[in-house]
Write a protein that binds this ligand. Structure first.
Ligand code: PMP
Length: 450
């Protein structure tokens, strides 16, 4: 933290002295702390950091979409001031359901029937017949007794964890769990123990240390980790947790609609349906909407309704979204070929990257990450990749460890062979340009996907 304090102060001085900031020497982690009585002061160097990114063409956030977020999108390109077609591989729309006709029609019909919103909290007048229909469908889909829906996945995690854990309890989490899990734990006031990513020995040590000192213990893990798409070792987590009498909660945000024979998530993937104490998920990825849910026993779900402040004190999910998500769940069950196609696409792109000799994460979910290492190279590559028409997410520090910057490819069932080949070619050209791989690119660089 001291280092970050210093760096923010140095950056501030650079802005005062020169009227700008050279963003090459900083990351977003540098602007969190500044020892100053003016709470606005730290915003000044951060503003100039972003400005310098934009000026250099490194800025890859918030590229405005002018079309649906499908396999190909039209964006407004701030760099050139023109519209541009791009291959979209930065979206969690894994099954492509956001524009599936059955999903869209269900949303439109509900919009016409119920209007645009609920205008109230769920326990007051914000619950509709379709809300409850969705909750029961989710419970069945996840093999649990009951389920409830939240307005976002973030508020589901924060609400569930803070509703169940008390000061004397302990939450034990994987180091790479999603921020909403960490925030839920902090809000609950329970002790927090963090084990190294996937390290089952460390998980057991955390439980050993907590036993006897604490009352309740909850082990929380992402089912599929969003950064690299790796899957948690749920059988082992459950076995160890059981040995110490701890409850287990799985965040299935990136697993629902993606893993398991029928896309039902992490428990189905391991043949453990109905064996997990709490399953949480979000509608903002495969389920083509926005919102979150939790599935568990009927008593736990009932309890959370009254003690999750992010549920009790927040507006309900609009009925048109409930209808959309319900239709998405039905499509997942009735059109298994979409799941099959997603996995074929992932395997194909993964094999292209492997052939190039890139350091790439295991296939098996909807995400493939390619580790590049140097952050500045990733920034420069981002610019080229954008210009050539591929929309992917760079993951710099502090999203990942220093020196492990990478690109994340999120695939969809609706990507065509042409999309996959073109994306691989664009990426290969950028890797070649920056010395990541030595082979000749199979592509003559152009500035558009078409
Ligand atoms: N959990 C995980 C693992 C996530 O990746 C996300 C979203 N990125 C969330 C929870 C939060 O979900 P939402 O975006 O619906 O708020």
């Amino acid at each position: 933290m001291g280092n970050s304090l210093n760096r923010c102060a140095i950056a501030y001085q650079e802005v005062v002295d020169t009227g700008s900031l050279n963003s090459d020497y900083y990351t977003l982690a540098d602007f969190i702390e500044l020892d100053d009585e003016d709470i606005f002061k730290k915003t000044v160097p951060q503003f100039w950091y972003i400005e310098d990114h934009k000026r250099k063409g490194y800025f890859s956030y918030q590229r405005p979409l002018l079309s649906a977020c499908e396999n190909r999108v039209i964006i407004y390109d701030d760099f050139t001031g023109t519209e541009k077609e791009m291959i979209m591989m930065a979206s969690n729309n894994y099954l492509g359901l956001i524009s599936h006709p059955r999903v869209v029609q269900a949303g439109i019909r509900a919009y016409e029937k119920y209007g645009s919103g609920g205008s109230s909290a769920p326990l007051l007048s914000g619950t509709f017949d379709i809300t409850r229909e969705l909750e029961l469908k989710l419970a069945e889909f996840k093999g649990c007794e009951d389920a409830m829906v939240f307005s976002t996945g973030y508020s589901a995690n924060v609400g569930v964890i803070s509703a169940l854990l008390r000061k004397n309890d302990v939450a034990i989490i994987d180091k790479l769990n999603h921020a909403s899990i960490v925030d839920g734990c902090r809000l609950s006031g329970a002790s927090l123990r963090v084990y190294r990513h996937h390290d089952m020995g460390k998980l057991e040590k955390c439980l050993q240390k907590s036993r006897g000192q604490r009352q309740g213990m909850l082990v929380i893990t992402d089912g599929v980790f969003g950064m690299d798409g790796d899957i948690c070792n749920l059988p082992e987590i459950k076995r160890i947790a059981d040995r110490y009498g701890a409850r287990v909660m799985v965040d299935d945000a990136h697993a629902t609609g993606v893993i398991g024979k029928q896309g039902k998530g992490t428990a189905e993937h391991y043949g453990m349906e109905g064996m997990i104490d709490i399953v949480m998920g979000t509608f903002s990825k495969s389920l083509a909407g926005v919102g979150g849910f939790v599935a568990s026993t009927k008593e736990v779900v009932n309890y959370i309704r009254y003690y999750a402040r992010s549920y009790f004190f927040s507006a309900a999910l609009p009925p048109c979204i409930c209808a959309t998500v319900l239709a998405a769940l039905n499509v997942i069950e009735e059109e298994p070929e979409l799941l099959e196609q997603l996995h074929q696409n992932v395997k194909y792109l993964h094999s292209r990257f492997s052939q190039m000799g890139l350091e790439v994460t295991q296939p098996g979910t909807g995400v493939i990450s390619v580790i590049i290492g140097d952050e500045i190279i990733v920034r420069k590559m981002s610019k080229q990749i954008h210009e050539m028409g591929l929309y992917i997410n760079p993951l710099p520090f502090p999203s990942v460890r220093k020196g492990e910057a990478r690109f994340k490819f999120s695939l969809m069932a609706t990507h065509t062979m042409e999309d996959l080949d073109r994306a691989a070619d664009i990426f290969e050209a950028a890797c070649q340009e920056y010395g990541i791989i030595k082979t000749s690119p199979t592509l003559v660089a152009s500035s558009s996907v078409m």
